[in-house]
Design a protein around this ligand. Structure first.
Ligand code: C5P
Length: 402
């Protein structure tokens, strides 16, 4: 159910901390990778040894290991996580989360995590019912945090009421639902996606093209549409079916692709330039089939227009993503394209990586932006597309003017 998902489990100082151990087992059983971050008080309720053994990862409590000075980065923890689950969450931690207090690793990670956070409150019924706690929970809800409903029942204090931590099985179901739900997070946005190879005619019979099949661009168009975006897919000739919910504009030449992309971009919020566009096209197209002769033959070629660079020049606050396919490692050259074409980020794939490139269903890519680069493992093109769309969402989350 959660195969390969990264779940960060935050544990705070509550009697219900023992249930975090059960939740950790359930998460592992569902195929998730689990890392646990605890507050100092949580260690009084459940030992790091228990949580480390169950999660199969060292427990993180402090910003650095006092023994060897090793830094525990809340930023990388937040980036690693697909979902951050704080269970149990005390009234104290909930209050700090609601107001941005960041005095331990669990809280700094909350502030820097970009993934969905789920909070399972656990406290005495009077603390839970207190107007301050309820206001803080409401604040967290308004910040997009999911609150695992606290059921009424017997409490450790001997009182009966609301405040018990939700059962681990319920929290597991909530995590699974959150991660599998198709979020319509890009509703109201319009993207242009270019895909496939262009075809540059030499004469009525022959043409210049390349090996691109359009699979990567079509996967991106599908991923954007699934998240609610309006997509105009400007596509070279391919055998692929149009992804559900996309408007498809078929073109052949680089010139046609330029015209269609520029026109669609006038009403777009962004563009993902995935097409393998010819850099050169025959200076003239012969109207008749060129006859062979005994002489050598050469065809004068002229430069095509760079569509990505043209959109980069007019994009303003809009988002622009490019691709770089290199036959060597290619990082420097991709960085050059990032700047020259005014891209927000560029997706580098190298023909030196097996499983990457033309025709295959997998890809191995590196994301490069002006802050650095991140290399992803080999994965399906559909998964790469999801990662690209996740990054686009993150860019929107970090720049509200868009
Ligand atoms: O410069 P290079 O062709 O390697 O750049 C690749 C990126 O630029 C890709 O995103 C590709 O779709 C885009 N491009 C374009 N128009 C061109 C050439 C490349 O949009 N004429």
């Amino acid at each position: 159910m959660l195969q390969g998902k990264h779940i960060l489990l935050g544990v705070t100082g509550s009697i219900a901390a023992y249930k975090a151990a059960v939740l950790c087992r359930l998460l592992k059983g569902a195929g998730a990778e689990v890392k646990v971050v605890m507050t100092a008080t949580a260690k009084q309720f459940i030992t790091p040894l228990t949580m480390a053994t169950l999660s199969k990862n060292p427990i993180l409590v402090e910003f650095f290991d006092p023994e060897n000075g090793q830094w525990h980065s809340h930023i990388s923890l937040g980036e690693w996580a697909d979902c951050y689950v704080i269970a149990p969450a005390t009234a104290n931690t909930i209050a700090k989360m609601a107001t941005g207090v960041a005095d331990n690793l669990l809280l700094t990670t909350y502030l820097s995590a970009r993934c969905q956070t789920i909070v399972a409150p656990a406290m005495d019924c009077d603390m839970f019912a207190h107007i301050t706690t309820q206001t803080n929970l409401q604040t967290l809800r308004s910040h997009g945090v999911i609150i695992a409903d606290s059921p009424a029942g017997e409490l450790a204090s001997g009182l009966t009421g609301k405040g018990r931590m939700a059962e681990p099985e319920q929290i597991l179901a909530l995590i699974a639902q959150t991660l599998t739900e198709k979020k319509k997070s890009l509703q109201g946005k319009h993207f242009v996606v270019t895909a496939g190879a262009t075809i540059e005619a030499i004469d009525p019979v022959r043409y210049i093209t390349n090996h691109s099949t359009g699979k990567m661009g079509y996967a991106i168009a599908a991923a954007l549409a699934t998240r609610g975006a309006e997509v105009t897919l400007v596509t070279g000739r391919t055998a692929l079916p149009t992804p559900e919910g996309c408007k498809r504009v078929d073109v052949l030449s680089a010139e046609q692709m330029y015209n269609a992309a520029v026109e669609a971009f006038t009403t777009a919020d962004g563009a993902i330039m995935c097409a393998a566009v010819a850099d050169y096209t025959p200076a003239t197209v012969a109207t008749q089939k060129i006859k062979k002769s005994d002489d050598d033959m050469s065809i004068p070629l002229v430069r095509t227009k760079d569509i990505a660079a043209a959109l980069g020049a007019i994009k303003g606050d809009r988002l622009l993503v490019g691709f770089a396919l290199e036959s060597d490692a290619g990082v420097e050259s991709a960085q050059g394209k990032l700047k020259r074409k005014n891209l927000d980020f560029i997706v580098l794939n190298s023909l030196t990586d097996s499983g990457a490139g033309f025709g295959v269903d997998t890809n191995k890519v590196t994301f490069i932006d002006n802050t650095g680069s991140t290399t992803l493992p080999l994965m399906s093109k559909a998964e790469v597309a999801e990662q690209i769309v996740d990054k686009i969402e993150t860019l929107y989350a970090h720049s509200p003017q868009r």
